[in-house]
Design a protein around this ligand. Structure first.
Ligand code: ADP
Ligand code: ADP
Ligand code: MG
Length: 445
């Protein structure tokens, strides 16, 4: 077993990893920026080390500082969480070079999958259906135009290094290509340090359904079924559930097999997620693979009973999975709402501030993963995610009732949140009937 793990992240996911470490008897080391001195992860970890100023590029993205902190604290391994350095192959390689285990896939798998255009190639080679579009990243605007004419409109122009819903543009006409190409490329360059773009045909009113993968370092790969993540605002997920109300068992098995096939083709180990779009006819298309733990992982934990973060740690140690595909089944139904410090009345603008009062819901079937406490000052520098409210029930009806009950109880004072917006969403006919798409929130607004 690892003696000590350093967590290269902040917020609720850092807290989540600290909790897994404690369950496993592993000493945890938090790293924090100057703005996060009073953050929950800084206080909860067994040890904590300041790694620099508030801005992420000076702290949570500062690979040298983080590896230095791991060596100074004699950590055996680094858990990268999500976002930040979690998909960075050079960082994973540097960890290994310094003798610190990177809790995630190999640097090689990160290279294959972290780049979305290259991941699509990998999927095609593994016989996994992909969205019609460009062959990899586009070399220039001229080839973008040619490709656009061939693929047809409407289409999506997407950043190869994109994530978190950023760097995606919908184009309806060839006259838009030139301007969109330079704007999107500049935006991707500034967000991700990589301006390359690719093209995908636009799938109308699709659902976003993703499969959780677990693979060990001995070649065993299984899936833990799907999460339905279609409730999105501007391509960013807000509410997720498992199982998907849309999938038949046959489609579920087929997509799960495709996800496993892709992971095997990439020599993947660790936890990962294969994201698909599925159209109204049930045709599915690979979209990207997230080679890391995801925000919405607790939904899968509740329906399968498997602790994904502990499994990531065990896999990094070289332990075999210890169970097979047929040992996994779905028990009941789970949902997650992302509670953000943002104002739905004002275009969802981020609203940092101090948590003056807090009541966190509980009771049967309720789990809250958060990084907030009463008196905590939410810093303005980072993602607006405050907490995740996750519920489990015997079936969808019970899970929905529990989510409504728990969300109505959730009280965050002093900071504007999207809790009321979630309550509206939970009351939508389309949601209650399970008949919704990635466009549902946009249509509601
Ligand atoms: P999930 O796929 O787990 O639902 P999201 O897409 O919501 O995750 O992203 C989780 C977090 O990671 C967000 O804060 C997002 O901004 C960040 N993130 C995701 N991908 C990238 C990336 N390629 N570069 C930088 N940050 C990213
Ligand atoms: P990110 O890396 O930011 O997570 P994704 O490629 O996963 O980006 O796409 C995010 C969301 O954007 C999808 O869940 C979907 O709602 C929308 N989207 C992406 N590609 C397409 C497409 N080809 N057609 C329709 N919608 C798409
Ligand atoms: Mg995605």
């Amino acid at each position: 077993m690892f003696g000590k793990i350093l967590i290269a992240n902040r917020g609720e996911i850092a807290v989540r990893v600290i909790r897994a470490c404690r369950d496993m008897g592993i000493v945890s080391v938090a790293v924090y920026s100057e703005a996060d001195r009073n953050a929950l992860h800084t206080q909860l970890a067994d040890e904590s080390i300041c790694i620099g100023p508030a801005l992420s590029r000076d702290s949570y993205l500062n690979a040298n500082q983080i590896i230095g902190a791991a060596l100074a604290s004699r950590a055996d391994a680094i858990h990268p969480g999500y976002g930040y350095l979690s998909e960075n192959a050079a960082f994973a390689q540097a960890c290994e070079d310094y003798g610190v285990t990177f809790i995630g896939p190999s640097p090689k798998a990160l290279l294959l999958l972290g780049d979305k255009a290259r991941a699509i190639e990998t999927a095609r080679n593994a016989d996994v259906p992909t969205v019609p579009g460009s062959d990899g990243a586009l070399p220039d605007v001229k080839s973008a135009k040619e490709c656009a004419k061939r693929v047809g409109f409407p289409l999506m122009l997407k950043a190869a290094a994109g994530g978190g819903g950023r760097g995606i543009r919908l184009l309806r006409d060839v006259s838009e290509v030139e301007a969109a190409y330079s704007a999107a490329s500049a935006e991707a360059q500034s967000f991700f340090g990589d301006g390359r773009l690719y093209i995908e045909k636009y799938i109308e009113h699709p659902r976003h359904i993703e499969f959780q993968i677990l693979g060990d370092r001995h070649g065993t790969v299984i899936h833990l079924f799907e999460r339905e993540c279609s409730l999105q605002r501007r391509h960013q997920k807000m509410l997720e559930e498992a199982p998907s109300p849309f999938l038949t068992n046959q489609k579920r098995a087929e997509m799960g097999e495709a996800a496993v096939r892709l992971a095997k083709a990439a020599g993947y180990y660790g936890a990962g997620t294969v994201e698909f779009l599925i159209d109204a006819n049930g045709r599915y298309y690979f979209m990207e693979m997230n080679p890391r733990i995801q925000v919405e992982h607790p939904v899968t934990e509740l329906v399968t009973g498997i602790d994904l973060v502990s499994e990531q740690i065990r896999i990094a140690l070289g332990a075999p999975l210890g169970y097979a595909q047929q040992d996994i089944d779905i028990k009941g139904h789970a949902m997650e709402c992302r509670v953000n410090a943002e104002d739905p009345e004002h275009a969802f603008a981020p609203r940092p501030g101090t948590i003056a009062g807090l009541h966190v819901p509980g009771g049967p079937g309720v789990r809250v993963d958060s990084a907030i406490y009463q008196g905590y000052a939410v810093p303005p520098y980072y993602d607006s995610l405050l907490a995740k409210l996750i519920v489990h029930g015997h079936d969808r009806t019970e899970a929905l009732a529990r989510m409504k009950r728990a969300m109505a109880e959730f009280l965050v004072e002093g900071v504007t949140t999207n809790c009321d917006f979630h309550l509206r969403l939970l009351g939508l006919d389309a949601f209650c009937n399970g008949d919704y798409s990635v466009d549902t929130i946009g249509e509601m607004l």
